[in-house]
Design a protein around this ligand. Structure first.
Ligand SMILES: Nc1ncnc2c1ncn2[C@@H]1O[C@H](COP(=O)(O)OP(=O)(O)OP(=O)(O)O)[C@@H](O)[C@H]1O
Ligand SMILES: [Mg+2]
Length: 315
Protein backbone atom coordinates (compact mmCIF):
# COMPACT_ATOMS: atom_id res chain seq x y z
CA UNK A 1 0.00 0.00 0.00
CA UNK A 2 2.71 2.46 1.11
CA UNK A 3 4.70 1.47 -1.97
CA UNK A 4 1.82 2.14 -4.35
CA UNK A 5 1.16 5.57 -2.71
CA UNK A 6 4.85 6.44 -3.08
CA UNK A 7 4.85 5.30 -6.70
CA UNK A 8 1.78 7.31 -7.61
CA UNK A 9 3.25 10.39 -5.87
CA UNK A 10 6.49 9.98 -7.81
CA UNK A 11 4.56 9.57 -11.06
CA UNK A 12 2.47 12.69 -10.39
CA UNK A 13 5.62 14.70 -9.60
CA UNK A 14 7.40 13.42 -12.71
CA UNK A 15 4.45 14.29 -14.96
CA UNK A 16 4.05 17.74 -13.45
CA UNK A 17 7.77 18.46 -14.04
CA UNK A 18 7.79 17.11 -17.60
CA UNK A 19 7.23 20.46 -19.32
CA UNK A 20 10.20 22.04 -17.55
CA UNK A 21 12.74 19.21 -17.99
CA UNK A 22 14.62 20.98 -20.78
CA UNK A 23 14.88 24.06 -18.55
CA UNK A 24 16.12 21.94 -15.63
CA UNK A 25 18.88 20.67 -17.91
CA UNK A 26 20.07 24.22 -18.52
CA UNK A 27 20.23 24.83 -14.78
CA UNK A 28 21.83 21.49 -13.98
CA UNK A 29 24.61 22.01 -16.55
CA UNK A 30 26.55 24.68 -14.66
CA UNK A 31 25.89 23.25 -11.17
CA UNK A 32 27.18 19.73 -11.90
CA UNK A 33 30.67 20.95 -11.05
CA UNK A 34 33.97 19.78 -12.48
CA UNK A 35 33.70 17.65 -15.60
CA UNK A 36 29.93 18.09 -15.61
CA UNK A 37 29.91 17.51 -19.33
CA UNK A 38 31.36 14.02 -18.77
CA UNK A 39 29.32 13.03 -15.75
CA UNK A 40 25.96 13.40 -17.40
CA UNK A 41 27.14 11.33 -20.30
CA UNK A 42 27.63 8.37 -18.00
CA UNK A 43 24.02 7.33 -17.91
CA UNK A 44 23.76 7.04 -21.69
CA UNK A 45 25.00 4.35 -24.05
CA UNK A 46 27.60 5.81 -26.42
CA UNK A 47 28.81 4.19 -29.61
CA UNK A 48 31.46 5.84 -31.75
CA UNK A 49 30.79 9.41 -32.79
CA UNK A 50 27.13 9.26 -33.83
CA UNK A 51 25.16 7.71 -30.95
CA UNK A 52 22.09 9.02 -29.18
CA UNK A 53 24.45 10.57 -26.66
CA UNK A 54 26.39 12.40 -29.35
CA UNK A 55 23.08 13.82 -30.56
CA UNK A 56 22.11 14.69 -26.98
CA UNK A 57 25.51 16.23 -26.51
CA UNK A 58 24.91 18.47 -29.53
CA UNK A 59 21.62 19.61 -28.05
CA UNK A 60 23.25 20.39 -24.75
CA UNK A 61 26.08 22.31 -26.41
CA UNK A 62 23.37 24.20 -28.27
CA UNK A 63 21.76 25.03 -24.95
CA UNK A 64 25.08 26.09 -23.53
CA UNK A 65 25.89 28.31 -26.50
CA UNK A 66 22.35 29.65 -26.70
CA UNK A 67 22.57 30.65 -23.09
CA UNK A 68 25.51 32.83 -24.20
CA UNK A 69 25.16 35.56 -26.77
CA UNK A 70 26.45 34.02 -30.01
CA UNK A 71 27.82 37.44 -30.92
CA UNK A 72 29.94 37.48 -27.78
CA UNK A 73 33.43 35.93 -28.11
CA UNK A 74 33.92 32.53 -26.46
CA UNK A 75 37.67 33.21 -26.24
CA UNK A 76 38.94 36.77 -26.05
CA UNK A 77 42.49 38.06 -25.61
CA UNK A 78 43.00 41.71 -24.73
CA UNK A 79 46.48 43.21 -24.98
CA UNK A 80 48.20 39.95 -24.01
CA UNK A 81 51.95 40.16 -23.31
CA UNK A 82 54.16 37.13 -22.55
CA UNK A 83 57.88 37.28 -21.80
CA UNK A 84 60.29 34.43 -21.12
CA UNK A 85 63.17 35.38 -18.83
CA UNK A 86 66.54 33.94 -19.70
CA UNK A 87 70.04 34.73 -18.39
CA UNK A 88 70.87 36.01 -21.85
CA UNK A 89 67.91 38.44 -21.72
CA UNK A 90 64.12 38.45 -22.00
CA UNK A 91 62.27 36.99 -25.00
CA UNK A 92 59.11 38.90 -25.85
CA UNK A 93 57.01 35.96 -27.14
CA UNK A 94 53.65 37.80 -27.33
CA UNK A 95 53.39 41.52 -27.78
CA UNK A 96 49.96 43.05 -27.01
CA UNK A 97 47.89 40.39 -28.77
CA UNK A 98 44.16 41.05 -29.28
CA UNK A 99 41.95 38.23 -30.58
CA UNK A 100 38.30 37.20 -30.49
CA UNK A 101 37.06 33.68 -31.29
CA UNK A 102 33.30 33.09 -31.40
CA UNK A 103 31.25 30.02 -30.38
CA UNK A 104 31.25 27.32 -33.10
CA UNK A 105 34.14 28.80 -35.10
CA UNK A 106 36.94 26.79 -36.68
CA UNK A 107 39.85 29.21 -36.34
CA UNK A 108 43.46 28.93 -37.54
CA UNK A 109 46.58 30.56 -36.09
CA UNK A 110 49.51 30.68 -38.52
CA UNK A 111 52.97 32.20 -38.59
CA UNK A 112 56.66 31.36 -38.96
CA UNK A 113 58.53 29.17 -36.47
CA UNK A 114 59.20 31.08 -33.25
CA UNK A 115 56.46 33.67 -33.91
CA UNK A 116 54.60 32.79 -30.67
CA UNK A 117 51.88 30.36 -31.80
CA UNK A 118 52.44 27.70 -29.11
CA UNK A 119 52.85 30.38 -26.45
CA UNK A 120 49.49 31.79 -27.52
CA UNK A 121 47.84 28.35 -27.48
CA UNK A 122 49.20 27.65 -24.00
CA UNK A 123 47.49 30.80 -22.77
CA UNK A 124 44.24 30.05 -24.64
CA UNK A 125 44.34 26.52 -23.17
CA UNK A 126 44.87 27.81 -19.58
CA UNK A 127 48.20 25.99 -19.43
CA UNK A 128 50.06 29.24 -18.78
CA UNK A 129 49.33 32.80 -17.66
CA UNK A 130 50.11 35.98 -19.55
CA UNK A 131 52.35 38.60 -17.94
CA UNK A 132 50.02 41.42 -18.95
CA UNK A 133 46.55 41.76 -20.44
CA UNK A 134 43.27 39.93 -19.97
CA UNK A 135 41.98 36.56 -21.13
CA UNK A 136 38.19 36.28 -21.07
CA UNK A 137 36.98 32.68 -21.45
CA UNK A 138 33.22 32.16 -21.87
CA UNK A 139 32.60 35.55 -20.28
CA UNK A 140 34.90 34.94 -17.30
CA UNK A 141 38.20 36.78 -16.82
CA UNK A 142 40.65 33.93 -16.13
CA UNK A 143 43.83 36.06 -16.36
CA UNK A 144 44.39 36.08 -12.62
CA UNK A 145 43.55 32.40 -11.98
CA UNK A 146 46.37 30.04 -11.07
CA UNK A 147 46.98 26.39 -10.10
CA UNK A 148 43.87 24.33 -9.40
CA UNK A 149 41.48 27.13 -10.40
CA UNK A 150 43.09 27.32 -13.83
CA UNK A 151 43.15 23.54 -14.27
CA UNK A 152 39.48 23.28 -13.22
CA UNK A 153 38.53 25.67 -16.02
CA UNK A 154 40.73 23.74 -18.44
CA UNK A 155 39.26 20.37 -17.47
CA UNK A 156 35.71 21.58 -17.81
CA UNK A 157 35.92 23.47 -21.07
CA UNK A 158 39.00 22.59 -23.12
CA UNK A 159 40.55 19.60 -24.91
CA UNK A 160 44.20 20.17 -25.89
CA UNK A 161 46.12 18.40 -28.66
CA UNK A 162 49.80 19.14 -28.11
CA UNK A 163 52.44 19.79 -30.78
CA UNK A 164 54.46 16.80 -29.52
CA UNK A 165 51.42 14.57 -28.67
CA UNK A 166 52.43 14.35 -24.94
CA UNK A 167 51.40 10.69 -24.67
CA UNK A 168 52.80 8.56 -21.87
CA UNK A 169 55.00 5.99 -23.67
CA UNK A 170 54.54 3.11 -21.19
CA UNK A 171 50.74 3.31 -21.17
CA UNK A 172 48.51 1.80 -23.85
CA UNK A 173 46.46 4.03 -26.16
CA UNK A 174 43.42 3.12 -24.04
CA UNK A 175 45.12 4.06 -20.76
CA UNK A 176 46.38 7.35 -22.23
CA UNK A 177 42.86 8.31 -23.35
CA UNK A 178 41.33 7.15 -20.05
CA UNK A 179 43.65 9.39 -18.02
CA UNK A 180 41.64 12.68 -18.00
CA UNK A 181 38.49 10.76 -17.03
CA UNK A 182 40.24 9.02 -14.13
CA UNK A 183 41.50 12.38 -12.84
CA UNK A 184 37.91 13.65 -12.94
CA UNK A 185 36.54 10.53 -11.22
CA UNK A 186 34.20 9.77 -14.12
CA UNK A 187 32.44 6.39 -14.10
CA UNK A 188 32.74 4.04 -17.08
CA UNK A 189 36.03 5.71 -18.03
CA UNK A 190 37.24 2.64 -19.89
CA UNK A 191 34.12 2.42 -22.03
CA UNK A 192 34.23 6.14 -22.88
CA UNK A 193 37.93 5.87 -23.76
CA UNK A 194 37.24 2.90 -26.05
CA UNK A 195 34.50 4.88 -27.78
CA UNK A 196 36.72 7.94 -28.24
CA UNK A 197 39.38 5.70 -29.82
CA UNK A 198 36.74 4.13 -32.08
CA UNK A 199 35.64 7.64 -33.12
CA UNK A 200 39.15 8.41 -34.39
CA UNK A 201 39.38 5.03 -36.17
CA UNK A 202 41.67 3.25 -33.71
CA UNK A 203 39.36 0.55 -32.31
CA UNK A 204 41.90 -2.09 -33.38
CA UNK A 205 44.91 -0.40 -31.72
CA UNK A 206 43.66 0.31 -28.20
CA UNK A 207 46.23 -1.94 -26.46
CA UNK A 208 49.22 -0.60 -28.40
CA UNK A 209 51.67 1.68 -26.61
CA UNK A 210 52.66 4.95 -28.37
CA UNK A 211 56.06 3.63 -29.58
CA UNK A 212 54.15 0.78 -31.28
CA UNK A 213 52.01 3.27 -33.27
CA UNK A 214 52.72 5.38 -36.35
CA UNK A 215 52.88 9.19 -36.12
CA UNK A 216 49.35 9.54 -37.52
CA UNK A 217 47.99 6.95 -35.10
CA UNK A 218 49.68 8.70 -32.14
CA UNK A 219 48.12 11.96 -33.29
CA UNK A 220 44.71 10.28 -33.32
CA UNK A 221 45.28 8.91 -29.79
CA UNK A 222 46.07 12.50 -28.75
CA UNK A 223 42.83 13.69 -30.39
CA UNK A 224 40.84 10.90 -28.69
CA UNK A 225 42.30 12.02 -25.35
CA UNK A 226 41.26 15.62 -26.11
CA UNK A 227 37.65 14.71 -27.01
CA UNK A 228 37.02 12.01 -24.39
CA UNK A 229 35.81 14.60 -21.86
CA UNK A 230 33.44 16.05 -24.47
CA UNK A 231 34.82 19.61 -24.21
CA UNK A 232 33.16 22.58 -25.94
CA UNK A 233 36.56 23.92 -27.08
CA UNK A 234 39.38 21.97 -28.77
CA UNK A 235 42.80 23.54 -29.20
CA UNK A 236 45.25 21.74 -31.47
CA UNK A 237 48.89 22.77 -31.92
CA UNK A 238 50.16 21.58 -35.34
CA UNK A 239 47.84 18.54 -35.45
CA UNK A 240 48.95 17.64 -38.99
CA UNK A 241 52.53 18.91 -38.73
CA UNK A 242 54.32 15.54 -38.79
CA UNK A 243 51.89 13.64 -40.99
CA UNK A 244 51.82 12.91 -44.69
CA UNK A 245 49.19 14.79 -46.66
CA UNK A 246 46.63 11.96 -46.81
CA UNK A 247 46.66 11.26 -43.07
CA UNK A 248 46.74 15.00 -42.44
CA UNK A 249 43.56 15.35 -44.51
CA UNK A 250 41.86 12.59 -42.50
CA UNK A 251 42.77 14.37 -39.26
CA UNK A 252 41.40 17.61 -40.69
CA UNK A 253 38.13 15.87 -41.59
CA UNK A 254 37.93 14.68 -38.02
CA UNK A 255 38.26 18.26 -36.75
CA UNK A 256 35.60 19.40 -39.22
CA UNK A 257 33.22 16.78 -37.85
CA UNK A 258 33.93 17.80 -34.26
CA UNK A 259 33.28 21.40 -35.30
CA UNK A 260 30.05 20.41 -37.04
CA UNK A 261 28.91 18.81 -33.77
CA UNK A 262 29.12 22.28 -32.19
CA UNK A 263 32.64 22.44 -30.79
CA UNK A 264 34.80 25.52 -31.21
CA UNK A 265 38.14 24.51 -32.75
CA UNK A 266 41.40 26.47 -32.78
CA UNK A 267 44.24 25.01 -34.86
CA UNK A 268 47.85 26.19 -35.02
CA UNK A 269 49.37 25.28 -38.36
CA UNK A 270 52.24 26.00 -40.74
CA UNK A 271 50.17 24.55 -43.57
CA UNK A 272 48.23 27.04 -45.72
CA UNK A 273 45.89 24.30 -46.96
CA UNK A 274 44.91 23.50 -43.35
CA UNK A 275 44.35 27.19 -42.60
CA UNK A 276 42.07 27.47 -45.67
CA UNK A 277 39.79 24.84 -44.11
CA UNK A 278 39.14 27.20 -41.20
CA UNK A 279 36.61 30.02 -41.42
CA UNK A 280 39.11 32.60 -40.13
CA UNK A 281 42.87 32.74 -39.79
CA UNK A 282 45.01 34.95 -37.55
CA UNK A 283 48.52 35.48 -38.88
CA UNK A 284 51.22 36.04 -36.27
CA UNK A 285 54.69 37.45 -36.71
CA UNK A 286 57.19 38.27 -33.95
CA UNK A 287 54.52 37.84 -31.27
CA UNK A 288 52.00 40.20 -32.91
CA UNK A 289 48.80 39.52 -34.87
CA UNK A 290 49.50 41.05 -38.26
CA UNK A 291 46.32 40.08 -40.10
CA UNK A 292 42.98 38.25 -39.69
CA UNK A 293 41.79 36.56 -42.92
CA UNK A 294 38.38 35.11 -43.74
CA UNK A 295 38.15 31.94 -45.84
CA UNK A 296 35.13 30.66 -47.80
CA UNK A 297 33.53 27.43 -46.54
CA UNK A 298 35.03 24.16 -47.85
CA UNK A 299 33.59 20.71 -48.48
CA UNK A 300 34.67 17.98 -46.10
CA UNK A 301 34.16 14.26 -45.71
CA UNK A 302 31.63 13.18 -43.08
CA UNK A 303 32.98 11.36 -40.03
CA UNK A 304 31.26 8.10 -40.91
CA UNK A 305 33.46 7.80 -44.01
CA UNK A 306 36.47 9.59 -42.54
CA UNK A 307 36.91 7.00 -39.78
CA UNK A 308 36.18 3.91 -41.83
CA UNK A 309 38.84 1.80 -43.49
CA UNK A 310 41.12 4.57 -44.83
CA UNK A 311 41.72 6.13 -41.41
CA UNK A 312 42.06 2.79 -39.68
CA UNK A 313 44.45 1.56 -42.33
CA UNK A 314 46.70 4.58 -42.76
CA UNK A 315 48.73 6.90 -40.56
N1 LIG B 1 60.15 28.14 -22.21
C1 LIG B 1 60.73 29.08 -22.97
N2 LIG B 1 61.78 29.78 -22.50
C2 LIG B 1 62.33 30.76 -23.24
N3 LIG B 1 61.94 31.13 -24.46
C3 LIG B 1 60.90 30.46 -24.98
C4 LIG B 1 60.24 29.40 -24.27
N4 LIG B 1 59.23 28.92 -25.03
C5 LIG B 1 59.27 29.62 -26.16
N5 LIG B 1 60.27 30.54 -26.14
C6 LIG B 1 60.58 31.53 -27.19
O1 LIG B 1 59.38 32.26 -27.45
C7 LIG B 1 59.23 32.47 -28.84
C8 LIG B 1 57.91 31.90 -29.29
O2 LIG B 1 57.98 30.46 -29.16
P1 LIG B 1 56.77 29.52 -29.58
O3 LIG B 1 57.11 28.16 -29.11
O4 LIG B 1 55.53 30.13 -29.08
O5 LIG B 1 56.85 29.65 -31.17
P2 LIG B 1 56.00 28.89 -32.29
O6 LIG B 1 55.41 29.94 -33.15
O7 LIG B 1 55.09 27.91 -31.65
O8 LIG B 1 57.14 28.13 -33.10
P3 LIG B 1 57.07 26.70 -33.86
O9 LIG B 1 56.28 26.96 -35.10
O10 LIG B 1 58.51 26.42 -34.17
O11 LIG B 1 56.46 25.70 -32.96
C9 LIG B 1 60.45 31.84 -29.51
O12 LIG B 1 61.39 32.85 -29.77
C10 LIG B 1 60.97 30.86 -28.48
O13 LIG B 1 62.36 30.72 -28.59
MG1 LIG C 1 54.98 25.79 -31.65
Amino acid sequence: MALSVALSLALTLALSLAPVWPISLVYLWPVCGIQANCLWLDGFPRTGGCSAVAAFSEVSKGLMFNSMDMNQPLLELRQIVKRYQLDSGDVLALDRVNMQIFPGEMFAITGPSGSGKSTLMNILGCLDNADEGHYILAGEDVSELEGDDLSDIRNRKIGFVFQSFNLLPRLSALENVEMPLLYAGVRHARQLAEEALATVGLADRIHHEPPQLSGGQRQRVAIARAIVTDPAIILADEPTGNLDSRVGRDILNLFHELNRQGRTIVVVTHDASVACHCGREAQIRDGRVTEILEHPPVEFQSLSTAVSTPLAATG
